[in-house]
Structures are given as C-alpha cells and as structure tokens.
Write a protein that binds this ligand. Structure first.
Ligand code: HEM
Ligand code: 2DC
Length: 458
C-alpha cells in the first residue's frame, strides 16, 4: 500500500516557521548537520538519504535532469546580461551544450591529453613545497595548506582548459590570478544566504551581500575573459603544432557551440575547478595525517604502481585502487555538495509514499555518508571499504549521477590522484594535536577551522 504525498512527515508544510527555526539553529552555516537531524527540509522538497531511494530518484530524472536552481548565480547573469553556461542551463539548451562539452571534458578519451599536463603541475607543486621546506631551515613545513592548494587547483584546471600554464606555482604570482581565487571564495560565501533570501529582493534593498556577490562574479568573469581572449588571439596566428591545445581551443576549432556559449561554460569550468578539488585534497591530507599506517600503505601502493607501469602515466592511474578508495572516502565524510537534487519527471514511490512528478527531491549526501545503516562504522576513515565493489550500489555519489553529473569529474579525479601520488612519493604528512575539525557550510562544505599540517621530506 502506497501512502499519499500529504502524509509525508516533516516540517516542510510550514515555510515561515521553518525558516525561523532554521535561523535559530544558525542554519545558514549548519545546513549539513541539520539535514542529519531532520528528515524534512526547508525548501518545498522531499528529502531522502538511502541508496535504494537514490536509485529510484535517478531513474525518474528524465531526459533533461534539472537540479535546484541557485538563484544568486542566475540573477547575476541576468543582471549583467551574460549567458548561462552548462551549469545553469536547462532543457534542450542544456542538453545540446552538454553533449558537445562531454566529448571535450569528461570523455575517458581525453585522459591521455589531460594526464601529462596535470602530472607536470603535480611535479611543480612538490618542487615548490621542497623549496618552502628548505627555506624554513627546519627540514619541515608546518602550515595551513589551503592557499597553496587553491593555486595548485587553479593551475591544474587552467592548464587543461587553456593548454598553457598560468604560473601560479612560481615565486612571483600574477595578482590578478590571486584575485580570481579570492573572488571564488567570496562568491561561494555570499551565495549561501541567498539560498533563503531572494537575490532580487536583496538587490532592490542594495544589500551588501548582493553587492559583494556581484563584485565576486565580476572578478571571476574578468579574469576568465582575459584568459579566453588570450587563447582566442593566439588561435588566429597560423603556427599550429600537434600538441594538445586545451579544452577551450578544441571547442573553438570544433565550431559547434557559439562563442558566447563556449565562454560561459569555460568560465564555469574555471571557477568550478578551484575550491572543489583543493578542499577535497586538504581533507584527504588531514585524514592521512591522522592515519599514519594508512598513509604508509598508500605510499607502498603508489611505489608499486610507479614501478609496474614503467613510465606509462595512464597505466599507473589504473594501479592505485586504494588511493581511489581514499578519495571516495574523503567525499563520503566531507562531500563538496551537501545534497544532490532533481525535479522528478514521473510519479515515484519512496519509503512507501507516493511522490508526484515535478516534486523536488533532495538526496542528503552529507547525511547518507554518515548513516551507519549505509556505511558500517561511518565515523571511521576506511578507504578499503570501497574495494568491495559489490556493495557500492548508489553509494559513491560525490560527483552526482547520470548525464547531469559533474562535468569536471575526470579532470578533478585525475588531478587529485596525481597530486596524492606526488605528495606520497615525496613527503610524510603529520598533524600536531588530535583535534576533530568540523565542517561548515558556505555553499560548499568546508573545514570550520584551519587545518594545520606538518610536511616532512621522506
Ligand atoms: C556539477 C561535485 C570538481 C565543474 C557538480 C555536481 C556535483 C559536483 C555534486 C552536481 C552533479 C549533479 O547534480 O548530479 C564536484 C566535486 C568536485 C568537483 C566533489 C571535486 C572534488 C569540479 C571541477 C570542475 C567542476 C574540477 C571544473 C573543471 C562542474 C560543472 C558542473 C558540476 C560545470 C555542472 C554540470 C551540469 O550541470 O551539467 N559537481 N565537482 N566540478 N561541476 Fe563539479
Ligand atoms: C548547495 O541547497 C546547497 O560543484 C543547495 O563546481 C543545493 C545546491 C545546489 C547546487 C550545488 C550546490 C548545492 C553546491 C555546489 C555545487 C552546486 C552544483 C555545482 C556546484 C555542487 C548542493 C559545484 C561546486 C560547481 C560550482 C561551479 C561554479 C562555481 C561555476
């Protein structure tokens, strides 16, 4: 017997009272914790956390999967008269752009082009850390690595998008590139309050959060425009080599998307490629510092993979299952996205309740990752749990699922794998005191306090 929609338990029927209760819990920064405690949510949505329900949800996502619209991001583009990229498009416009972008950005065929570029960035990163250690005069470096990781991430995604280096790992860095990084952080931070207070209203009121948000996106688009113009100019020069020219040049030469569409999506890729991978790497280093035995196990896996692959980069990436498990484990405990969402396009039954087509259904990723009925001993960081692939059904969802999943997934995975390979081959990562670092929500899930690590050469 399937029970009707209006019988679903939760607080969702009373919007205003909810928002008040939410605010009292400091919900703007605690969304990920509140989602564990309550089964319902603060939008008109149904919340789920079980893998079987996730399977039902994604079966009903339709041909044009649509997630919750981040009003702040679309408002900025409307305000400045800029096109939406693949992140914000919907319907056929999304689909036709995404199909073309898939071939250039997420197709496994591109890994052969991306991996050597990303490997070079990884090598430069460890060289930079070695230098920092030398300069410290103590044969170690104790620091909050987040700024270094932002640079690594931007350098990585930049080299893939533009086929050339931005130079963020050099001693002197372009202040504009640093500004870009700061703008992304500000952009995410100013987005979260606007999930609950309509940006149109804040704009009319001239609120600071809206003005900061506009300034942040202006900085992001300004820098991306400069990078794009630079490549566009070079493409007009006759000299061409057979070297892989990067995603942007490939898209321009392919000539299947309008230049405005290309610009919009390349800007989103550049902006989406910084905080996501860097924070995930920071959490991973934090976990490795807390688990020294595991760190040695991973180092051994990498050494064997390096020896067996004999210089074949892609071959090496196929021989590091535990390291890949570590990245999945990091995204389980510290997902970038608190939730995945879809507007379902057909009626479904979840937990025996009828849910009509058109409803927004949210899968609480943060909550699912910490649910003991889904992951036994969820508090333990155990990369080996991912090696038994038979019980991974709808559990590894950090990058989303299906045709609307993360477009940057292959870049992110390769970039993070190569980073960890080079770090493990060069350094031991340690932690001073044993303090549990909590998460905070600034649109993406971030460490609440700085993570201080000590890096020592092997
Ligand atoms: C979308 C996670 C890195 C670009 C998404 C989504 C998630 C996600 C959960 C929504 C997927 C869905 O609704 O099913 C992550 C994580 C990352 C990461 C965990 C790294 C650890 C990146 C990088 C880029 C990127 C490096 C750019 C190079 C995008 C874009 C979308 C997206 C453009 C929108 C795709 C669309 O709507 O068609 N990401 N991401 N992400 N991500 Fe990522
Ligand atoms: C935030 O309730 C919480 O990958 C909201 O690289 C629902 C929601 C909707 C869309 C999600 C967002 C959350 C978190 C950040 C995500 C975003 C879709 C893409 C974006 C997951 C869960 C992200 C970080 C992209 C960002 C690219 C952008 C900077 C151009």
């Amino acid at each position: 017997l399937v029970r009707p929609f209006h019988e679903i338990p939760g607080l969702w029927k009373n919007g205003a009272a909810n928002l008040y209760a939410f605010w009292k819990q400091d919900g703007f920064k605690n969304l990920h914790h509140i989602m564990i405690d309550t089964e319902s949510c603060y939008y008109d949505s149904v919340n789920i956390i079980k893998p079987v329900d996730a399977a039902t949800l994604f079966r009903a996502e339709g041909y044009y999967p649509k997630r919750l619209r981040v009003e702040a991001w679309t408002s900025y583009r409307d305000y400045r008269n800029r096109k939406y990229g693949v992140l914000l498009k919907d319907g056929e416009d999304w689909r036709s752009n995404r199909v073309i972008l898939n071939k250039e950005v997420i197709s496994p065929k591109m890994l052969g082009n991306f991996a050597p570029l990303l490997d070079e960035v990884g090598q430069d990163f460890v060289a930079r850390i070695h230098k920092k250690i030398e300069r410290s005069g103590q044969n170690k470096w104790t620091t909050d690595l987040s700024q270094e990781l932002f640079k690594y991430a931007l350098e990585s995604v930049g080299s893939v998008l533009y086929g050339e280096r931005l130079g963020l790992l050099l001693d002197y860095i372009d202040p504009e590139a640093q500004h870009f990084i700061d703008c992304i952080t500000l952009m995410f931070k100013t987005t979260s309050p606007m999930l609950y207070i309509p940006p149109a209203l804040l704009r009319t009121l001239g609120a600071k959060v809206w003005r900061d948000h506009v300034q942040a996106w202006d900085g992001i688009f300004g820098q991306a425009d400069r990078c794009i113009q630079n490549i566009y100019r070079k493409l007009k020069e006759p000299v061409q080599s057979d070297k892989y020219p990067g995603v942007l040049a490939s898209l321009l030469m392919l000539d299947k998307l309008s230049i405005e569409d290309i610009k919009a999506s390349v800007t989103e890729l550049m902006a989406g490629g910084v905080d996501t991978t860097s924070i995930t790497l920071l959490w991973t280093l934090y976990e490795l510092a807390r688990h020294p035995a595991l760190q040695e196990e991973l180092r051994a896996e990498v050494a064997t993979a390096r020896a067996q692959s004999q210089g074949d980069l892609l071959g090496m990436l196929k021989r590091i299952p535990l390291l890949k498990g570590a990245l999945k484990e990091t995204l389980r405990l510290h997902p970038v996205a608190v939730s995945l969402q879809r507007y379902i396009t057909e009626d479904i039954a979840i937990q025996n309740y009828h849910i009509p087509s058109g409803t927004l259904v949210q899968l609480g990723l943060f909550a699912m990752g910490r649910d003991p009925s889904v992951f036994p001993r969820p508090e333990q960081y155990q990369p080996s749990r991912w090696l038994r692939t038979e019980n991974n059904y709808f559990r590894s969802l950090g990058f989303g699922f299906g045709p609307r999943q993360c477009l940057g997934r292959r870049i992110a995975e390769t970039e993070m794998q190569l980073f960890l390979i080079h770090m493990l081959e060069n350094f031991r990562v340690e932690k001073q005191r044993h303090v549990e670092v909590r998460s905070t929500f600034q649109l993406i899930v971030l460490p609440e306090t700085p993570i201080i690590l000590t890096i020592k050469p092997l």
